[in-house]
Design a protein around this ligand. Structure first.
Ligand code: C2O
Ligand code: CU
Length: 688
């Protein structure tokens, strides 16, 4: 709803600009013509275009009214107080004052044949009559600028400057018209001539304006370039309304010291080599991939809770560099694998050792966090499963399948390396767990399980309490998110469809045979807000929070690192200008995330799991919903909370990696932590 209203607002505002501009031209040219009949026709044409311009203007204002009727003020205050008046007010003057004046003139003085006299000319050129048309065009253009360019929340200059320029332009036009009006009063004959000089002058103005805009865009692009060295521990700070925290780098603990156990004997030793390789999917299609150990996805890592893990990463030939980030696993900061924040990118020929204890049981994944967007889309990722410490070593009564799906450039979707129907044999009565992992970029994957009722047993690696039974509900999983689905194997086939066309999926049957069932329309979409049984929470909406941050997400035309593009803003800015959230170890932190934009943003905070308190003001009262990758849809707002219990420098970004790559990334910064690493054009580190 909100998404389409913002789309309408944009579309109709754009149309308003075009139509109001044509009407303004008609109005200011109305005075030209040798005969009264011509002037009379001019007035008719002006009226027609003023009527046409009113339609998109009204529609734009109605879309704003629609947003105001359905959303909290944060979504529409500026729209209602700035954009709507900019579009609507000048048109009111046009219809309430200018047009009645023109019609009166048409009726009273233009009926008779003959040449118009100076009274008629001056009435048609009066600035009070003509300027409102031009104000309508300029007002709509300014409103469009607000829709497209000015991010929310406003900074004073960003909001005031376009308004000021709009007023300035209207005043300038008024003065031009005033001069023309004086000449008309004086009986000038210029109005009988053709308009080519005026047209030329207008073209000149347009060229100059376009040139100025070009210069401004160019300067913006240059200005937005990342510096040569940028230390992520420095920069603007947001204290979330809590006590100010000082940032004394001299006394700070380096993130490089915040490691996992470095000396003890590890329980598991794993080597991963990053290398380019052409791999084959089950259908025979090939992918030019960036792989771990020559496979796509990389090898599945399966640990037991509590195990000390040592992973040695070697980069064979990925020129862009590699790291490994353990998505969803809250490891010590130095092991988090973010190039430029917690380590340097591992370049060809180099190695890096990660060591951490797998403390949480659940479904996670790992991926490179260097040139993330390209690296993940090309294959540098894999599943990471931690089995609970208390589970039986291998239970024949349990079957566990990892459904890690990915969209391969040119080759389509696949589950692992399987891009068709994957078949498995499972005896009836067996407990089955499907671990759904969405590794895509800006794909909200849909899943349907047919042939059995099921439960969503875990979200983002955390088990739910007493999840209820679901039947033909559709599951939608955001980029980076995970759902664990469980059911008892029936004596007939069960099909998990990944995507909506039924062609990709997992078919489990007692004998390995069976047909893919036809997919019926889902009766509902799974929603965790009220799902499962409530248990006692360590904190809730009424807790005393040490800090409360607000994160407003939006999309605008803007600059990022030397390019001009649609950018995705966090609190009106892109990296590195978005102030970092500053916390002290032990703080209880609340974050309100509001998506004012027109696309969804899966927000991912590293190193912490946040408890979802509410969505759109509605309390989440089902099983405790701990999330590390929270999909925030357009128009939605979430309140989440976490305990700051893992010191370091932690990325907080959108996991639509395309968005992160144009600056939709910021970080959570602990007091007294510094980093020896840097990003910037003189470093190899490009975390996104
Ligand atoms: Cu899965 Cu910062 O990433
Ligand atoms: Cu995003």
């Amino acid at each position: 709803m909100y998404g389409s209203l913002t789309g309408m607002e944009l579309g109709f505002t754009l149309l308003s600009v075009i139509c109001a501009w044509i009407a303004a031209n008609k109005a200011s040219n109305a005075v030209y013509g040798a005969a009264k009949a011509k002037l009379s026709r001019n007035i008719r044409g002006t009226t027609v275009w003023a009527a046409i311009a009113a339609i998109p203007a009204l529609a734009a204002i109605l879309s704003i009214a629609g947003i105001a009727a359905t959303q909290p003020p944060l979504f529409w205050k500026d729209r209602l107080l700035i954009q709507a008046p900019l579009i609507g007010f000048p048109l009111l003057v046009v219809w309430g004052y200018s047009l009645p004046n023109l019609w009166r003139l048409k009726r009273n003085s233009l009926r008779s044949p003959g040449a118009p006299d100076r009274t008629i000319r001056s009435a048609l050129a009066a600035p009070g009559v003509i300027a409102p048309f031009q104000a309508a065009a300029l007002g709509a253009a300014t409103a469009l600028y607000f829709v497209l360019v000015v991010p929310s929340p406003f900074r004073p200059l960003q909001g005031a400057l376009p308004l000021f320029l709009c007023v300035l332009a209207v005043t300038a036009l008024w003065m031009l018209h005033d001069g023309r009006w004086q000449r008309a009063l004086g009986g000038s004959t210029e109005f009988e001539r053709r308009l080519w000089r005026r047209t030329l002058a207008k073209l000149g103005v347009i060229c100059v304006a376009a040139g100025l805009a070009g210069i401004a865009v160019n300067a913006g692009m240059q200005n937005s370039r990342l510096p040569e060295h940028l230390n992520m521990a420095s920069g603007p700070m947001d204290f979330g309304g809590g006590t100010a925290l000082s940032h004394d780098v001299a006394q700070a603990v380096s993130v490089a010291m915040l490691t996992g156990p470095r000396k003890e004997q590890p329980d598991r030793r794993i080597s991963l080599t990053a290398e380019k390789k052409t791999v084959r999917l089950s259908s025979g299609k090939t992918v030019d991939a960036w792989t771990f150990n020559g496979e796509v996805p990389g090898p599945e890592m399966r640990f037991r809770q509590g195990e000390l893990v040592e992973v040695t990463l070697t980069n064979r030939d990925i020129d862009e560099g590699v790291t490994i980030h353990w998505h969803g696993l809250d490891v010590p900061n130095a092991e988090d694998g973010v190039a430029g924040a917690t380590q340097d990118a591992v370049m060809p020929g180099q190695s890096h050792v990660y060591r951490f204890r797998a403390e949480q049981a659940g479904t996670f994944w790992y991926h490179s966090h260097q040139h993330s967007q390209e690296a993940v889309s090309k294959g540098l990722f894999g599943a990471l499963i931690v089995e609970p410490a208390d589970s039986a070593k291998s239970s024949r009564q349990q079957k566990d399948f990892t459904v890690i799906s990915h969209l391969w450039d040119d080759s389509g979707f696949a589950i692992g390396a399987n891009d068709g129907v994957w078949r498995e044999t499972v005896a009836p009565g067996t407990q089955v767990r499907l671990r759904l992992i969405n590794t895509d970029d800006w794909v909200r994957q849909t899943y349907r399980l047919s042939g059995t009722p099921f439960r969503v047993a875990a979200i983002d690696g955390t088990e739910l309490t007493e999840p209820g039974e679901l039947r033909d509900a559709e599951l939608r999983l955001t980029t980076g998110g995970r759902y664990d689905v469980t059911f008892e194997m029936p004596d007939r086939p069960v099909y998990l469809s990944v995507g909506r066309d039924g062609k990709l999926g997992l078919l489990i049957s007692p004998d390995g045979k069976g047909d893919v069932p036809a997919l019926e329309k889902a009766s509902s979409v799974f929603d965790p807000t009220h799902y499962g049984k409530r248990t006692e929470a360590p904190f809730g909406p009424d807790s005393e929070f040490d800090r409360h941050f607000t994160m407003v997400l939006d999309n605008k035309l803007g600059f990022y690192d030397g390019s001009w593009n649609f950018v995705y803003t966090m609190n009106g800015k892109v990296f590195p200008n978005t102030p970092m959230f500053m916390v002290r170890e032990g703080d209880l932190v609340k974050v309100t995330i509001v998506n004012r934009g027109s696309v969804d943003h899966p927000m991912h905070l590293h190193g912490h799991h946040a408890l979802v308190l509410s969505r759109n003001g509605e309390t989440a009262d089902g099983s405790l919903w701990w999330s590390d990758t929270l999909d925030v849809q357009p128009g939605e707002s979430y309140e989440i909370a976490f305990r700051a219990d893992n010191p370091g420098l932690w990325m907080d970004h959108c996991h639509n990696l395309t968005h992160a790559a144009v600056g939709m990334t910021m970080h959570l910064m602990y007091e007294g932590v510094s980093t020896p690493y840097a990003v910037g054009s003189e470093t190899a580190n490009r975390p996104e």
